[in-house]
Design a protein around this ligand. Structure first.
Ligand SMILES: Cc1cc2nc3c(=O)[nH]c(=O)nc-3n(C[C@H](O)[C@H](O)[C@H](O)COP(=O)(O)O)c2cc1C
Length: 183
């Protein structure tokens, strides 16, 4: 009992990770677990895409195309996806539904992202959810092969942990400031 609470309290984002990464089989097992999030009408309005190796280079090129930057700015942007050996693109796959509006479907997809990040953290991987100003640019969508109604929610940057790069303790949010009870 309390394992979920412990995992949630222990999770930290790891901005710096090593070259180690889970295999597709390990990842698929965790994605399967994350697929149990609350989902109105069981639409499963999401999918994930694992980017490794050169796919990260192509993502960097797409970010540069989206930004229109050149020179050192372009070089810096192109290097961003290379900060982790594995990027998991989180895709909201929204389709028209008479009872489930787009925002509910995006909420479900975001739930998968948070749950998958937690599961990867709990499995001992370094994880950080990242986005950026070009996350929903057409060039970036094209690079991922997104279809109609598909939008990125960002990427989970995943890699190994090294003790030297252990994140600082979090200051934290005071839940009492965010809590109201109505009778
Ligand atoms: C949708 C989403 C997008 C994010 N994008 C970025 C980002 O681009 N850059 C960044 O530094 N943090 C980003 N964050 C925040 C980090 O993932 C992380 O939550 C934050 O650094 C606090 O660390 P913690 O998770 O250990 O509390 C994003 C979080 C979410 C949920």
């Amino acid at each position: 009992m309390g394992a979920a609470r412990d995992a949630v309290l222990a999770r930290r984002s790891w901005p710096k990770v090593t070259d180690a990464a889970p295999t597709d089989a390990e990842l698929l097992d965790l994605v399967q677990a994350a697929s149990t999030v609350a989902d109105h009408a069981a639409l499963a309005p999401w999918r994930v895409i694992a980017l490794r190796g050169d796919a990260r280079v192509r993502l960097g090129e797409a970010l540069v195309e989206a930004s229109g930057s050149e020179g050192s700015a372009a070089e810096k942007l192109a290097g961003k996806p290379l900060r982790a050996p594995l990027l998991i693109a989180l895709v909201a796959a929204v389709r028209p539904h008479p009872k489930v509006p787009a925002w509910e479907q995006e909420a479900c997809a975001a739930g998968v992202g948070h749950t998958l990040a937690l599961l990867l953290d709990d499995a001992g991987w370094g994880v950080m959810w990242r986005t950026g100003p070009f996350t929903r640019h057409p060039a970036v969508a094209r690079m991922h092969g997104l279809g109609d109604g598909e939008h990125l929610l960002g990427w989970l940057y995943v890699g190994g942990r090294s003790a030297a790069d252990r994140p600082q303790r979090r200051i934290g949010t005071r839940a009492a400031d965010r809590f109201t009870a109505l009778d």
